[in-house]
Design a binder for this molecule. Sequence first.
Ligand code: ADP
Ligand code: MG
Length: 251
Amino acid sequence: MNTVLQLADVEVSFGGIHALRGVSLTVEKGEQLCVIGPSGSGKSTLLGLMNGRLLAHTGSVHVFGQDVAALTARKLRRVRSELAWVPQNLGLVPNLRVLQNVLCGRAGRVGFFGLLRRMALTSMNEAEEVRALLERLGIPEKLYERTDTLSGGQQQRVAIARALYQEPAAILADEPVASVDPGRARSLLQLLTTLAKEEGITLMMSLHHVELAREFFPRLVGLQAGKVIFDQPASETSEEELRELYAVGEE
Ligand code: ADP
Ligand code: MG
């Protein structure tokens, strides 16, 4: 089964605000795609639907072929354990060590008490596994550092290490580079897209920077006021389409 995510004619509204209107989207295994659009266009809502944090009001959301709205809590947990979520604020626990934050990547598999036990009795194997991951991300020396002593760019790498440690089928990342300078954003995207490719992990991200989206993602989905304006190869996306996408202005 190769379809990872499938939205069919989805509507989401918050009070009177239509966050998504008639959105249909299919993501196949191993794809890398980027959702772009002005702020308030529905990017976070779209990603939130994909991992079942939000439910569609009409239409359907299927993840790994399963209707998210019909899943029991237990099955939803299993589906989520296959989806790594990298939120905009990274979701790291500041006063934990880097090692412990990365171990949280498998919390969905081992449960809350399993996680506590792991933190208390981290085996050499686990620590070694995490160290190897940090090595690939260029920060192996940070293994036992307190996470809040790291720079913003290093913390982003920790969030990515945590996502990879989860061994997910897909990574969903909501503007993960919003708060760093373009040079650092570029190296992080380079790393994430390369690692995802090597591991065969599907990658779906939202980005505010169109240029970065174009540079690193083969497929672009343009959202405007909750509607998909285009969904096409980045190579076929013109300057004019991008200008029009943002022409409505920011909120
Ligand atoms: P983006 O991520 O592209 O900035 P969002 O998905 O966050 O857009 O938001 C889409 C629209 O839905 C916006 O108008 C936003 O104000 C509204 N919205 C999103 N989440 C909520 C919420 N929890 N409650 C009320 N309105 C929301
Ligand atoms: Mg957002």
